[in-house]
Design a protein around this ligand. Structure first.
Ligand SMILES: Nc1ncnc2c1ncn2[C@@H]1O[C@H](COP(=O)(O)OP(=O)(O)OP(=O)(O)O)[C@@H](O)[C@H]1O
Length: 875
């Protein structure tokens, strides 16, 4: 057995081998040690290898899914090795034969299909990147839904598209340039390396044609060689991991990245589109806008938010869908109720396609079809916009499959096909009969008994059972003669005569007996055959069912966006191909949500106006105090552009957005020490990308660039960057800074305007109004904000006097270095500290004062104490 184990293990050096032994998957050697630690299970020993103990651990087969999930999450891959025959079959080949085993599947993060291993509301993508003679492409699939796409793109965009897809596994060729690993590192995936042959575009084309049964790849569209190479690598990997049992893939579709709004990885992270900075979904824009009620709807919404469009027609069609749902308010509510009952048909379909499904997956398809009919009927008379009209068309026309499944399945089927009990009564006469026999064996016999008693005219006739004869008919010897002569002897066959009884059988009874004995097994066999047949019927219809699922998701997203728009008071933006960027009373959905939850102050809405004209200011320079809401304002406008281009309504009173092609942001500070980049370096790398890539369709938000270095270096970099963006890149954008010197640029450059976030100063404290107005701020109130944050008083007052001197020096044009020299060293600190100490501990004079009870004093004593106090005060 160990020889067999080692031979199989040798083929899967990078994976843990789950070696099936009866009811357990066992792991040995290093695999056992790694798994025992990762799963927190006991590590034991079994036998010896080369004289040493063999470490071993195991997981029960019935609970394997949970363990698999943990291992996959911890970054392992698992090869599942099953017994390919029973021990009895193995024995037939000789008493010492080892049961045949083989790996049936390699479980990796990108190839999961089990419900428990997947997040229902998120896609799970497997991607491949290829590079053929300098041309780049990404292919990706979600085998749990069958989606399969390829896109050609410039190398510089590979990172941002991977960030959009956030694949859980990325395939790259062994020959891929080493430096490429950093791109993957940035989006947090470890690559899976495949041999060069997997990426060969000629064999890829052949592989694709075989999988989809077509003669030429032209059948799917005009794919580039590099796209074919990436698609082929995906298929090759699926063949390796699924052991030839390919999932139900949809024919590959070409995606045109130029029709998508480009958002790079850093910007996605900064804007917290689908994940918050902390990594989870909570706190992201998606979590705040998601009102979908189906898993497929949630996935579609996530796709839309991750890849907003830059195609006007697409945007308008989606907007029309939402507008329809907003107006048809009652109908929308009824649609939502119907949608809530729609199961996850995509994932059911994919499990059935891989033969890993169960009766509940059949039921999921049945229920979806039922709900689809109901939804189609609900909207039948409605004047649907084009997108939903097409969606409705995909919901109907499945009557045959629908009635087949309706008739075939019970209402609530069990999980596993092997237990039977999911085929409905009346669907198959033979199945009904065997089930009756199985369940009511005795009842059937009793009925037969009275039938025979009547036929023979012997009321005492009985049907009995013993282990020797099985079922038999028994009468008293009295009726022997009658029973054994014609015509009864034609039916009753004599078996035995005892002292008082005669025993018979009939052809029917012995058939019945065999049937009763086999009924249980037979019922399951019949059900299994039906399962296979129904599964095939469904998988044959997979393309239409996928369309149906997408159509339901389309209705889900439209009604969910409408619900959000109504409850949050969002509006439909005007999106066209101008360069306008006009937002009236815009809000930041996530900050607004958080403020509301905290029950505190309301969110203050703000306008944003960037000039659409070539000679007008398209860049706004935002100055204002710390904590005033600059970052919030910057982000909210980027989010509004993204929401508008995903075809949604937006959190504002009105808006006019001219198509944005790219969104770039440089927000917040974070260092990446693991990759050897300091805070400032990260900032500059991101700024470089913006300056090199952005064009006049870009929307750029830059928050305090240059702050990670010395003041004058930072100011110079920020200054030059703003000039370049305004004059060369000609982007629309918002630029927040604390370098107030930069506000002078607005007078020099026609492309730049000044705006500020207002505050009120009251009794030395700042009150944040969070209102953005035209104009420039002259101070940052940093010291006041620091005071709010609880910096020690001594530090605050020292900072105040340093600030005063610096400002005075600036007015008098004294160099800062001289100023610092002139500052009384520590004097302020010592003074303040002294004062604070005095305040903190009562002085001797104070102590003495407290002891005095004036009513008890004579005038003379009072005078005496006065002298005493004076002395104490003098020290
Ligand atoms: N428009 C608004 N209405 C109400 N509260 C707001 C608004 N904008 C921001 N806030 C609140 O103010 C806090 C600080 O905002 P933000 O981080 O945008 O300030 P900032 O000006 O960028 O500060 P800094 O310059 O220190 O980075 C937010 O967390 C939010 O609670």
């Amino acid at each position: 057995m160990m020889a067999q184990y080692l031979e199989i293990k040798q083929q899967y050096p990078d994976a843990l081998l789950f070696y099936r032994m009866g009811d357990f998957y066992e792991l040995f050697f290093d695999d056992a040690a790694a798994a025992a630690e990762a799963l927190d299970i006991a590590l034991t020993k079994r036998g010896k290898h080369n004289g040493d103990d063999i470490p071993m651990c195991g997981v029960p087969v019935h609970a394997a899914e949970g363990y698999l999930l943990t291992l996959i999450r911890k970054g392992f891959r698992v090869a599942v090795c099953e017994q390919m025959e029973s021990p009895a079959e193995a024995k037939k080949r000789g008493s010492k034969s080892v049961v045949k085993r083989d790996v049936v599947r390699l479980v990796t993060p990108g190839t999961l299909t089990e419900e428990s291993l997947l997040e229902a509301r998120r896609h799970n993508y497997l991607a491949a990147i290829s590079n053929v003679r300098g041309a780049w492409a990404i292919a990706y699939t979600d085998i749990s839904t069958g989606a399969f796409h390829a896109l050609s793109l410039p190398q510089a965009r590979v990172g941002s598209e991977l960030a959009r897809l956030a694949p859980s596994e990325v395939l790259i060729s062994e020959s891929m340039d080493e430096g490429f690993a950093t791109v993957l590192d940035d989006i947090g995936v470890v690559p899976t390396f495949l041999g060069r042959a997997s990426f060969d575009s000629t064999s890829a084309e052949k592989r694709l044609c075989d999988v989809f049964g077509v003669a030429s790849s032209d059948a799917f569209g005009n794919f580039e060689r590099t796209e074919l190479s990436a698609l082929g690598a995906v298929v090759d990997y699926l063949e390796i991991t699924q052991k030839g049992n390919l999932p139900l893939l949809q024919p590959p579709r070409q995606e045109n990245v130029s029709r998508l709004l480009q958002i790079d990885n850093a910007t996605r992270k900064n804007l917290e589109l689908t994940q918050s900075m902390q990594g989870g979904r909570a706190g992201s824009l998606l979590s705040v806008i998601d009102r979908t009620v189906t898993a497929a709807g949630a996935r579609l919404l996530e796709r839309r938010l991750s890849s907003p469009s830059r195609d006007l027609d697409t945007i308008h069609q989606r907007q029309d869908g939402v507008s329809w749902a907003v107006e048809a308010a009652d109908l929308s509510e009824r649609l939502i109720s119907a949608l809530k009952k729609v199961p996850d048909i995509d994932r059911a379909l994919s499990r059935l396609g891989l033969d890993r499904g169960g009766p509940r997956d059949l039921a999921a398809v049945r229920n979806s079809l039922g709900q689809a009919e109901e939804i189609a009927a609900l909207v039948e008379c409605s004047d649907l916009p084009e997108l939903l009209q097409n969606a409705r068309a995909a919901l109907v026309g499945h009557d045959d499959l629908s009635s087949l499944l309706d008739n075939a399945l019970v209402a609530e089927p069990p999980l596993l096909a092997r237990d039977g009990g999911f085929i409905a009564e009346g669907y198959d006469a033979e199945l009904d009969e065997v089930r009756t026999l199985r369940d009511e064996g005795r009842g059937v016999i009793a009925r037969l008994q009275s039938e025979y008693a009547e036929k023979a005219g012997v009321s005492s006739l009985k049907i009995k059972h013993n282990n020797v004869l099985g079922y038999f008919i028994e009468t008293t010897a009295l009726h022997a003669e009658k029973m054994m002569s014609a015509p009864l002897s034609e039916t009753f066959i004599h078996r035995q005569t005892t002292a008082n009884q005669v025993r018979f059988t009939t052809v029917e009874l012995s058939e019945l007996e065999t049937k009763i004995l086999n009924a249980g097994g037979r019922a399951i066999e019949i059900e299994k055959a039906h399962f296979q047949a129904l599964q095939s019927r469904i998988t044959e219809n997979a393309p239409a069912l996928t369309q149906l699922s997408l159509a339901l998701a389309e209705f889900d997203v439209a009604t969910a966006m409408a619900k959000l728009a109504k409850s949050e008071d969002w509006v439909k933006p005007t999106v066209d191909d101008s360069r306008a960027f006009h937002v009236e009373q815009g809000r930041h959905p996530v900050v607004e949500h958080a403020l509301r939850n905290a029950g505190g102050a309301p969110f203050i809405a703000n306008d944003c106006e960037l000039s659409p004209n070539a000679d007008g200011p398209a860049l706004q320079l935002l100055t204002g105090p710390n904590m005033a809401g600059k970052s919030t304002y910057l982000r909210q406008n980027a989010l509004i552009a993204i929401l508008a281009q995903m075809g949604a309504y937006i959190p504002a009173k009105a808006a006019h957005i001219g198509l944005v092609g790219q969104i770039f942001s440089r927000v917040g500070a974070s260092d990446d020490l693991a990759k050897g980049r300091s805070t400032f370096m990260v900032e500059m790398v991101e700024t470089a990308a913006i300056l090199n890539q952005s064009d006049d369709r870009a929307l750029v938000i830059l928050d305090e660039i240059g702050r990670g270095t010395a003041t004058y270096d930072g100011l110079s970099i920020a200054w030059a960057t703003l000039e370049h963006l305004a004059e060369v890149n000609r982007v629309r954008g918002l630029f927040a800074t604390h370098y107030h010197e930069m506000t002078a640029l607005a007078d020099k450059l026609p492309g730049v305007s000044n705006a500020t976030v207002t505050v009120k100063e009251w009794e030395g404290e700042v009150i944040f109004l969070h209102e953005v107005r035209a104009g420039a701020a002259d101070r940052s109130y940093g010291v006041q904000v620091a005071q709010l944050a609880g910096l020690p008083k001594a530090v605050i007052s020292r900072a105040k006097s340093v600030l005063e001197s610096l400002e005075q020096g600036e007015r008098e044009k004294t160099s800062p270095a001289r100023l610092i020299d002139d500052l009384p060293l520590f004097s302020v600190v010592t003074e303040t500290v002294k004062q604070e100490t005095v305040a903190a501990k009562p002085s001797a004079a104070e102590e003495r004062l407290k002891e005095i009870v004036p009513d008890d004093l004579t005038p003379r004593e009072a005078l005496q104490i006065l002298y005493e106090l004076r002395e104490l005060a003098n020290g």
